[in-house]
Design a protein around this ligand. Sequence first.
Ligand SMILES: NC(=O)c1ccc[n+]([C@@H]2O[C@H](COP(=O)([O-])OP(=O)(O)OC[C@H]3O[C@@H](n4cnc5c(N)ncnc54)[C@H](O)[C@@H]3O)[C@@H](O)[C@H]2O)c1
Length: 246
Amino acid sequence: MAGQAPRVAVVTGGGSGIGRATCERLRSEGFRLGVFDLDAGSASEAAGDGLGLGVDVAVEGEVTAAFSAVEEALGPVDVLVNNAGITGSLEATRLHETPVEQWDRVMDVNIRGVYLCSRVALASMVPRRSGHIITVASVAGMDPFPARSAYSVSKAAALLAARSIALDYAGDGIRSNAVCPGMAETPMTKWRLDQPDLRAAIETSIPVGRVAQPEDIAEAIALLASGRLSYMTGHGLVVDGGWSLR
Ligand SMILES: NC(=O)c1ccc[n+]([C@@H]2O[C@H](COP(=O)([O-])OP(=O)(O)OC[C@H]3O[C@@H](n4cnc5c(N)ncnc54)[C@H](O)[C@@H]3O)[C@@H](O)[C@H]2O)c1
């Protein structure tokens, strides 16, 4: 709106895939961006005229310092997109076969990271009585993917974190929603989709007949971030081409 400062969004894991597409989409909507990623270079590229930082979302001190730097450079954060996430390993493992370190790291990034980033963002949003937290969960958090126990459990927790925040902060004027993608073509899934037989099998199992592009998921995040769905909070928006219907 004319005369108003641009809105500020922080996107975690914004250096690649869905996060990267989200950064491009939000910048085109006029947001100024703080981008946190393990890869500082790609975070900077994604941030454009905002602030890109090398941050591990699982490390409290790094998260706190990064939010301070963004607030100082760009102003208070209006929207946090909790997008950083990992699957743990390329190899599918059932629970008893999952190494403890791998389980811990998946939880650290996918749910501790959501907690650490959300708590800092909320502490600044509460006094302003405004803000929106958007968490990228997964349809794996609704029904588990086979032999992906750590990932599925972490995404169920991320989805519930989004709903818990929605409940606890609605009275403070803050909303919280999740986006639950199905299969999107990103560096996370490239190893699978680059195998023609596997890709064909995956696409056959998706009712709309194709995997998502990162922009398909970014579009849903941008719609939430726009504020147009202002009565929606605590919702998990499924964007999966109908995959979870089968
Ligand atoms: N690709 C899919 O099919 C799919 C489906 C459902 C949900 N998701 C979720 O979407 C989100 C983005 O996934 P993607 O497919 O774009 O993956 P990606 O691997 O392309 O991108 C993830 C980004 O997060 C960053 N990252 C990883 N760990 C981090 C940490 N500890 N701190 C900061 N940054 C970190 C990576 O450096 C990378 O830039 C993830 O939460 C993922 O679980 C993806």
